[in-house]
Design a protein around this ligand. Structure first.
Ligand code: FES
Ligand code: FES
Length: 124
């Protein structure tokens, strides 16, 4: 049912945890099931220097969060803003249709974290 890449990211998730004093934080949740994903960013010169995540969700949600952190590390904010849930799922070699909604959490949390960073910059 799951590709090898999904299993790999589920079993050995990359960039799990929290960043102290993050430049941006994004959290999304699905109120009906209670699943939550939180992404922390460190940004320098418009580049994502570091990214970590915490996910309370199923294996597919963990795998997509892990994948999204690998995809954005070292990328500019503009590039990161273009990452969609579909791209994350594709990078994992696909997800079962029933699990596609879990990948929304990852892309949405990322976009929320970037937005949070941008809002904070404006206030400075
Ligand atoms: Fe909650 Fe899938 S069941 S996001
Ligand atoms: Fe709830 Fe995937 S995050 S089913």
């Amino acid at each position: 049912m799951y590709t090898e890449k999904v299993m790999d990211h589920f079993e050995n998730p990359r960039n799990v945890g929290e960043i102290e004093n993050p430049d941006g934080v994004g959290q999304v949740g699905n109120p009906t099931c209670g699943d939550i994903m939180k992404i922390y960013l460190k940004v320098k010169d418009n580049v994502i220097e570091d990214v970590k995540f915490k996910t309370f969700g199923c294996g597919a949600a963990i795998a997509t969060s892990s994948m999204v952190t690998e995809m954005v590390k070292g990328k500019s904010l503009d590039e990161a803003l273009k990452i969609s849930n579909k791209m994350v799922a594709e990078a994992l070699g696909g997800l079962p249709p029933k699990k596609m909604h879990c990948s929304n959490l990852a892309a949405d949390a990322l976009q929320a974290a970037i937005q949070d960073y941008m809002d904070k910059q404006e206030k400075k």
